[in-house]
Design a binder for this molecule. Structure first.
Ligand code: SF4
Length: 485
């Protein structure tokens, strides 16, 4: 595992803090070990608040990178953001250097500091005019996925600032973030209305206190994925295919995620040793003909590592097909670069499934990302989740499916939201889904129709939820009176 030098970590943390215009903390070397930080050396910190930090440190002791402990710090979210960056750093062997001292920091990144009235108008202006510089960042930065990743919204303070609300008003979100962290790319944030609690995109990424209401019997791992792992991270349930969880990190943490148990960052990252164990299992299991590379977001491990992993799988004679599951085209479309596409192209036949849940996620950027994959000979499919308040009505779903057809992305699955702990408020009734599917069946092209499925709790596999119509005599299968678009 590549570890950043202490000097590099200090520089990154100073950059983060200076961007937020916080009082800077200075981290001193802890003894001779340059790969540890000593929190007692952090200055300008008052010990008022206990914040659980899954990757943090024992206060006053050396901090081995990537361990689980507790941070007794005020303004911990900033430190946590820094720690997260450190935690993720080893995944990026080619992680770019932080911006130089004194470089102009755009208005967009001034969450939590500058004049609130300049923030959203600036972004909105940029969105409407297509002038990305209107966001207060250069177009080069905005279109750089690493910039987007580094500048993700990670704290309650930033969320409060974006919504132009007092920090205290978001106090209920604090416990939510301690259980389920937040991460929102500037790009995805620019698509939503942060002030509208019913905004379908906001609902997918803003923490909600209801995530801690476990009243309907949700469990962290309803599909029993952990049970079906012959080696850590590899789910082998069906005879002919398996799924490799190569990282727990995502660009945006979708609040409805059925793997939100993994966000706690105490899961191992995508190290070569861990991936090697998965390759070995696939190699000694001749029945496996397809491997799904998923996460987290597999496109967030380093590109050379992903290249190696796909190549190692491809070299196994009985592996016929590879598949990638990634929401990057939706939440971080800049991640789909020509270099990435060229690399993926070498590992064909390779299929790519993403997750658009609302028509407003189909943007110029996401369209371009999908077109680049398609141009590389990689078919792109979509796996939506039926989400209450997002797409659980006929019109929203129809517009989403029409939009996907327009950009040549094949609707593949519509998932009934799994009974995952912390997602009760997203779960629409199956009856609602069936009614939507029946109307869709009657009214839209078969090319647009996904399969509505329920992943059975307990790891018993998927069952289709088909609209089952007994038609009265003389009744058309399609709706002749439906409004034409
Ligand atoms: S991108 Fe996928 S794995 Fe990551 S949080 Fe969203 S739904 Fe979960």
């Amino acid at each position: 595992m590549i570890k950043p030098s202490l000097e590099c970590m200090q520089k990154m943390i100073r950059t983060i803090l200076s961007r937020g215009r916080m009082e800077p903390f200075f981290l001193k070397p802890a003894g001779k070990n340059q790969n540890t930080l000593r929190l007692e050396d952090i200055k300008s910190v008052e010990t008022k608040q206990i914040i659980s930090c899954p990757f943090g440190a024992v206060h006053g002791k050396d901090l081995p990178l990537g361990r689980s402990v507790i941070f007794p710090l005020q303004r911990a979210e900033v430190v946590i953001e820094a720690a997260l960056l450190i935690n993720q750093f080893p995944l990026f062997s080619d992680f770019p250097a932080p911006p130089e001292e004194g470089k102009k920091i755009g208005r967009f990144r001034d969450f939590g500091c500058g004049d609130p009235s300049t923030r959203w108008p600036a972004m909105t202006l940029g969105k409407e005019t297509g002038d990305v510089s209107g966001k207060g960042v250069s177009g080069v930065d905005w279109n750089d996925w690493k910039w987007q990743f580094r500048n993700r919204i990670r704290s309650v303070r930033q969320l409060a600032s974006i919504q132009q609300r007092p920090l205290a008003s978001l106090a209920p979100c604090g416990p939510v973030l301690r259980t389920y962290p937040v991460a929102i790319t500037p790009y995805y944030m620019s698509l939503l209305d942060p002030a509208d609690e019913n905004d379908p995109l906001r609902r997918q990424c803003f923490p909600d206190p209801r995530e801690l209401t476990f009243s309907l019997g949700g469990v962290p791992d309803p599909l029993a994925e952990e049970r079906d792992m012959p080696v850590p991270g590899l789910i082998h349930r069906y005879p002919d295919r398996c799924l490799a969880i190569v990282t727990g990190i995502c660009a945006v943490y979708c609040r409805h995620c059925n793997r939100k148990r993994m966000w706690r960052a105490d899961k191992p990252g995508g190290t070569r040793e861990r991936l090697r164990a998965m390759v070995d299992h696939v190699a000694r299991t001749p029945a496996l003909r397809e491997v799904i590379v998923s996460g987290g977001d597999p496109l967030l491990i380093s590109e050379p590592l992903l290249d190696w992993f796909l190549g190692a799988l491809r070299a196994i004679p009985h592996v016929e097909v590879l598949r990638i599951g990634s929401r990057a085209p939706v939440t971080l479309p800049m991640r789909i670069t020509p270099e990435l596409c060229a690399m993926l192209k070498r590992h064909r036949p390779l299929w790519f499934n993403t997750q658009f849940n609302h028509r407003r996620e189909i943007t110029e950027e996401s369209t371009r990302a999908c077109e680049m994959l398609l141009a590389a000979g990689i078919p792109v499919g979509n796996q939506s989740v039926l989400l209450k308040g997002v797409n659980d009505d006929y019109d929203s779903m129809r517009e989403l499916l029409y939009g996907l057809e327009r950009i040549s992305v094949r609707p593949y699955y519509l998932f009934q939201c799994d009974p995952v702990q912390g997602t009760d408020h997203f779960r629409a009734e199956i009856r609602t889904g069936m009614e939507i599917m029946e109307r869709l069946w009657r009214n839209i092209s078969g090319l647009c129709l996904p399969r509505y499925v329920l992943d059975c709790p307990g790891g018993r596999g998927k069952i289709p939820l088909q609209p089952f119509s007994l038609l009265p005599e003389n009744k058309h299968c399609f709706d002749k009176t439906a409004q034409m678009d």
